[in-house]
Design a protein around this ligand. Structure first.
Ligand SMILES: [Zn+2]
Length: 230
């Protein structure tokens, strides 16, 4: 790994090279053992990136730490994409869906926080959206509405409304998010474009059978958490 205090382009170039190699392997036709190997390569490299980030944090170099966050999470998105393909090949469709949503959420955070030296590739969100359209059926989602009673900031731990950190922004290489610890649930509704695509209907009832939405296979009634009567 190259250290880039003087020149961030060294790390960005290294990222571009790695991303290009990974993307060549992110096709459904590529050998599964090659994809599994690439997942390991990405995970190992990301471990080194995290050591580098710790080093920058120690030296209070915020721009550098944020850049490493963006590079790390871009590679994590690629890793999720490869994991999705492997899970599809190995017939684990629920996991494949989780991988895709994780890739979208992770890359979305990068897109919102691009440091000026690093331009995350634009077309990647589109690529992920295409997977969603082509590989998965239409899914139904749930959204929980309610009143947040207690929440705090992930960066400083203060009451969420009391500090100056902004949700979705990067601070010293970490994403700020709201941690909700207490909420009065008011309603759960069905939505088409949910904030959280992990929260979805897993199975439907049809002719007395419980059918998995992704595989259309009959499920045992205890295996799933959410059902929609139809
Ligand atoms: Zn804060």
């Amino acid at each position: 790994m190259k250290v880039f205090l003087d020149n961030p382009n060294l790390l960005i170039n290294e990222f571009n090279e790695m991303a290009a190699i990974s993307q060549k392997k992110a096709y459904i036709t590529v050998g599964i053992e090659i994809q599994k190997q690439e997942i390991k390569v990405l995970a190992n490299y990301r471990e080194k990136l995290n050591d580098l980030k710790k080093e920058f944090v120690k030296r209070k170099l915020e721009n550098e730490a944020n850049l490493v966050y963006c590079i790390d999470k871009s590679l994590l998105s690629l890793q999720y994409e490869l994991e999705m393909l492997v899970n599809i090949k190995e017939d684990r469709m629920n996991e494949a869906w989780e991988n895709l949503v994780n890739a979208q959420v992770t890359y979305g955070n990068v897109m919102r926080n691009n440091p000026c030296e690093f331009q995350a590739p634009n077309g990647y969100m589109e690529r992920l959206a295409n997977y969603e359209k082509l590989l998965f059926p239409n899914l139904y989602f749930q959204s929980a509405g309610g009143i947040i009673k207690k929440s705090h900031c992930s960066i400083c731990g203060e009451n969420f409304n009391k500090c100056d950190h902004i949700k979705g922004r990067l601070y010293m290489g970490e994403l700020c998010y709201r941690i909700i610890t207490e909420m009065d649930l008011e309603e759960v509704s069905f939505v088409e474009n949910p904030a959280n695509k992990h929260c979805r209907i897993l199975a439907i009832e049809s002719n007395g059978k419980t059918i998995d939405i992704l595989t259309l296979r009959e499920k045992s009634t205890t295996a799933h958490k959410t059902q929609l009567q139809s």
